[in-house]
Ligand binder design. Sequence first.
Ligand code: C5P
Length: 210
Amino acid sequence: VSVWAVVVAGGSGERFGAPKQFAMLGGRPMLAWAVDAARGACDGVVLVVPADRLDGRQYPVEKMVAGGASRSDSVRAGLEAVPADAEIVVVHDGARPLASGSTFRAVVEAVRAGADAAVPALAVTDTLKAVEDGRVTATIDRRGLVVVQTPQAFRADVLRAAHAQGAQATDDAGLVESLGATVRVVAGDPRNLKVTTPADLEVAQALVAR
Ligand code: C5P
């Protein structure tokens, strides 16, 4: 079975203040870590970067393509560059530099075993509240809720169908769910944090230095 990865690093890093995927982590741009994690577990990697970065530094990937206005648009651009004979596609955020090979293997294995899709998830440990205009309006029962990470693995035909409508979602499993497909959950990894703010980068730096 041919397994390809799409690493999305096409964002502008609005909440970070700069394109965070190029911030340095342990002497290398953050997205180089994400590419390495994907390489170890997949037969090929498509890297999605902002259009103005296509001519810059090259990474050890099969293809580099320009991203779009939203994360979903960037995934679609990457998916178009995945060979038609790929049977499993793994989508991974360039902003998650510390994903492990075992997380990649776990999601791919779940799809090989028959799921349409598989995502790594962690139990919610904080208390969740709904807020409007700075005031709490409800406390949400966290039982049965998880937070979901990338890498997320998909049957390639299911992922292509989910993206065919041009819909938007914060992750790809969300698009696949709306097709009625089965999305399995595997154990997430607390170290596989998503770097969104400069504070997250400090945590990632501490984990890399260990
Ligand atoms: O913005 P957010 O942190 O949710 O982005 C998640 C991932 O999607 C990041 O790796 C980011 O670079 C990527 N992205 C993208 N194209 C966009 C927006 C986000 O590839 N237009």
